[in-house]
Design a protein around this ligand. Structure first.
Ligand SMILES: *Cc1c(COP(=O)(O)O)cnc(C)c1O
Length: 359
């Protein structure tokens, strides 16, 4: 007998590396290459002058931030839930909505945290293959068509790491076809030109839309994510959160998050810059002979017919450029390259040209 028999054993999610070398061009975790909105800095400076406020617990409802988000998206506060990054929001959602014992459905190529949470919480799941062109087939998620029940559905839109966006027709068909399950649309990358499913939350009470400040709002370090849905869904999510840890959102993140979300103009400016750079980078990749699903995100998932993925990854790394590569069947030829500044992407293009030319 040993205490080890009682340990909850899990295989953890592996996040992208955070290298200490500041000279590395870091394009491996889909962070924003631009600073947060100017108001974020101002909020931190004013907080520095009132450090006494750390004496008290923060507002457990995170109301200043939830209200600011609700105002930006035309919602009421009871339609918004705020958490410590969307990873926290998603984990709590798994715990809240997917406990019915039936299989949770998600694509086979998708955010690799989903199976980790499912395993952690003992949720059975089934991974549905994407089509050969990396598309989500809605019929496979709809019990009336697939003849299989499910205990919930989750998928990112645009999908990660492919970058491919599903149409709102596909999204709505899946939501409408699952009145007995909660459907979560993980919109971590929606702000880079995609169409949000948000308008559907008032039509379907089983839809939860999850977004994050980490990518499009340049705030990965502040850890802010949020969910939007019917007040009943949000209420259940809050019940679970308050049964686990009431004070998840710390004071600096509440202040910084409010400042970030209220600067609409800055938000529009930086995401448009990322979109423009992405489109230029796609043209360069095409010229070099790369193939990739058309990305609607702040990254491109690209492969070259002549060079194996692991070799491209190593060669870029040797040139000081860090991207993301998965040694997994079906995607091992691909690199996920985050969109940085124009200048960074020019360096990536040059490096790729150099690698292709030296073979
Ligand atoms: C980045 C990402 C998240 C998590 O983002 P947070 O930093 O925790 O807000 C969630 N889902 C997908 C698909 C992501 O790519």
């Amino acid at each position: 007998m040993s205490w080890e028999e009682y340990v909850r054993r899990v295989v953890p999610y592996t996040a992208g590396e955070q290298p200490s070398d500041p000279d590395i061009i870091k394009l491996n975790t889909n962070e924003c290459p631009y600073p947060p909105a100017p108001g974020v800095r101002a909020a931190m400076e004013s907080l520095a002058k009132e450090a006494d406020r750390f004496r008290l617990y923060p507002d457990p409802d995170a109301s200043v931030l939830a209200d600011a988000i609700a105002a930006q998206y035309g919602l009421s506060e009871d339609e918004v839930f705020v958490g410590v990054g969307s990873d926290d929001v998603l984990a709590l959602s798994f715990l809240t909505f997917f406990g019915g014992g039936k299989e949770l459905l998600f694509p086979d190529i998708t955010y690799s945290f989903y199976p980790v949470w499912a395993d952690l919480f003992g949720i059975p799941y089934r991974q549905i293959p994407l089509t050969d062109s990396f598309e989500i087939d809605p019929a496979a998620y709809i019990p009336a068509l697939s003849k299989k029940e499910n205990g919930g559905v989750i998928f990112p839109n645009p999908n990660a790491p492919t970058g491919l966006e599903a149409s709102q027709d596909t999204v709505e068909r899946i939501v409408r076809g699952n009145p007995d399950s909660v459907v979560i649309v993980d919109e971590a990358y929606i702000d880079f030109g995609g169409t949000t499913a948000l308008p559907l939350i008032r039509k379907y009470d089983n839809l939860l839309v999850v977004q994050t400040f980490s990518k499009s709002r340049a705030m990965a370090g502040a850890r802010i994510g949020f969910a939007m849905g019917d007040p009943k869904l949000i209420g259940y999510l809050k019940d679970v959160k308050f049964s686990f840890n009431s004070y998840t959102m710390n004071l600096p993140s509440l202040m910084a998050g409010k400042a970030a979300v209220e600067d609409r103009q800055y938000f529009d400016d930086i995401r448009q810059k990322v979109i423009d750079t992405r489109e230029r980078f796609k043209r360069d990749l095409k010229q070099l002979g790369f193939v990739f699903p058309d990305s609607g995100a702040n990254f491109v998932f690209a492969a070259h017919p002549d060079v194996p993925g692991p070799e491209l990854f190593a060669q870029l790394r040797a040139r000081g450029i860090l991207v993301r590569h998965w040694d997994k069947p079906g995607i091992s030829e691909y690199l996920r390259i985050t969109i940085g500044t124009d200048d960074q992407m020019k360096k990536v293009t040059e490096a790729l040209r150099d690698i292709l030319g030296s073979r």
